[in-house]
Design a protein around this ligand. Structure first.
Ligand SMILES: [Zn+2]
Ligand SMILES: [Zn+2]
Length: 235
């Protein structure tokens, strides 16, 4: 553990890739996880997937005197953008989304109709997330990795030196994202998990869009959907 900390310290210095503290706020009919990521400088924060618990996440950011530098979306299902209008209005931070989910975002009223829930139209998008790109904020860095299947423009955010990833609705503790919504595709999702989740070091903490956090190793060993018996994952 000591060695690991030392190694991480070195990596952080070289890459300005300091640790990010992840705070999770769960709320709404979908029990969605809104994430506040506190960057290494302890002044800058990222709001990721502003859902029904956005007000609580913003209150915590205010209490800690954090400046929200960006609003990052793993994908544009309504439970992950329910609080986007409030987040934008409160912080003015730019909203980032992969372009392949732009259509879902801009037609969120049809998602709301399908689920029978009221919805405040989300504010305009500001920036495209570019797969392979690295987002740097407050002395911390996150890689953008495209992981379609649950939604066409779904991305995950991976920290290179501090083993964690924000995985949205790609994989959950013991489960995987649904693929029956518009733009979803089961085989594509399984391919994404094989390509983006399973190769992560086993102790990589995964912060999903619903439910408790888990690790890449735990899901690899125990997730029934990732067993070759059920899904045909090539291991
Ligand atoms: Zn979703
Ligand atoms: Zn969701």
């Amino acid at each position: 553990m000591r060695l690991r900390q030392l190694l991480h310290g070195v990596a952080a210095q070289e890459a300005r890739d300091g640790p990010i503290d992840i705070l999770t706020f769960t709320g709404g009919a979908f029990a969605q996880n809104t994430i506040l990521g506190i960057c290494d400088d302890r002044r800058t924060a990222l709001l990721i997937d502003p859902g029904a618990a956005t007000a609580e996440a913003l209150a915590e950011a205010t209490r800690r005197k954090l400046d929200i530098a960006a609003i990052l979306l793993t994908h544009a299902h309504l439970d992950h953008i329910e609080g986007a209008a409030l987040a934008k209005e409160t912080t003015g931070a730019p909203i980032h989304l992969h372009p392949a989910d732009r259509n879902l975002y801009e037609n969120v009223h049809s998602q709301a109709l399908a689920f029978g829930v009221p919805f405040t139209p989300p504010p305009p998008l500001d920036r495209d997330l570019v797969p392979g790109g690295v987002l740097e904020f407050g002395g911390s860095a996150l890689s953008v990795v495209h992981a379609p299947g649950h939604a066409p423009g779904h991305v995950i955010f991976v920290s290179a030196s501090h083993p964690f990833a924000i995985v949205g609705d790609v994989v959950f503790l013991g489960s995987i994202g649904r693929t029956d919504l518009p733009g979803g595709d089961y085989r594509t999702l399984i391919d994404s998990i094989e390509r983006t989740i399973l190769p992560l070091p086993p102790d990589t903490r995964l912060h999903p869009g619903h439910g408790p956090e888990t690790t890449a190793g735990h899901e690899r060993r125990t997730n029934p959907f990732l067993s070759p018996v059920f899904s045909g994952v090539r291991v």
